[in-house]
Design a protein around this ligand. Structure first.
Ligand code: SF4
Length: 253
């Protein structure tokens, strides 16, 4: 298993730790681009691997308030679940010492076995990134290595069933996300996985490059406002938001 983590600057009392390895090769990855991609990644990946001791130390430093959140992965500086062994050990050791706060992972959730282990160790929150609930869209952009969208779905469902507050980091793009077939697929995906929150995030990418990558529309394009209306009607128990927060009804005392 490849290694490396980092401790990134704290933001709003929340702490994040990342990994330099990834099991996807996203077209618009913000932490790694091949030399011939035509654009550079705006950030770089980690160059060292902290020990479980170091991870535990940082976690305990931040899990001091009931609503504090510590996160593995900030969202695309590498895939944290490639470091499952260290994460599992760190979560278990932290939870032996405190039940304070929430432990989150931002992940592509393709490594289902790793995600299962992390969930079982005591994960509280999980945010899964995706641009689509359609295989051909997902594969065109994510270029997954050794997993499919079915693995992502399996990971999410497992986490939901185990009581993790699950969400998706839905990288949206008008003209693609609001297509009839995508809306239908995403409603099914949300229902099957039981996810609690859809975080709508603009995909910041060159529109011509993106549209040349993604398969053409099959049906109507409804517009983003209609998309939101449909989600609210079809998924009444799913929160439409834009960032990770503590679960609304089960906040710890
Ligand atoms: S999942 Fe994140 S880190 Fe991995 S290739 Fe995609 S954008 Fe980059």
């Amino acid at each position: 298993m490849p290694d490396l983590f980092e401790h990134l600057p704290a933001a709003l009392g929340r702490r994040r730790a990342g990994s330099f390895a990834c099991n996807a090769g996203c077209f618009g990855c913000i932490s790694e681009q091949p030399d011939d991609s035509g654009f550079v990644s705006p950030q770089t990946r980690l160059q060292f691997k902290p020990t479980a001791d170091e991870v535990v130390e940082i976690m305990l430093e931040h899990l001091r308030e009931p609503d504090s959140i510590i996160s593995f992965g900030q969202g695309c500086e590498g895939e944290p679940s490639t470091q499952a062994k260290t994460i599992i050990e760190a979560i278990k050791r932290v939870r032996e010492q405190t039940q304070m706060g929430y432990i989150n992972i931002n992940t592509n959730a393709g490594l289902t076995d790793h995600i299962r282990g992390i969930v079982d160790a005591g994960l509280d929150l999980m945010r899964v990134s995706t641009i689509s609930a359609l295989d051909d869209h997902y594969n065109a952009y994510y270029r997954p290595r050794g997993y499919t969208l079915a693995n992502v779905e399996k990971s999410l469902k497992y986490a939901t069933d185990k009581g993790v507050y699950t969400s998706i980091n839905y990288l949206v793009f008008p003209g693609v996300t609001d297509r009839e077939e995508e809306i239908e697929a995403m409603i099914g995906f949300a229902k099957r996985t039981g996810l609690k929150l859809i975080q709508m995030r603009n995909l910041n990418i060159d529109p011509d490059a993106y549209l040349s990558l993604i398969p053409p529309a099959q049906g109507e394009v409804y517009g983003m406002k209609t998309l939101l209306d449909i989600f609210r009607e079809e998924l009444p128990d799913v929160v439409i938001g834009s960032f990770t927060h503590v679960p609304p009804r089960t906040q710890k005392a």
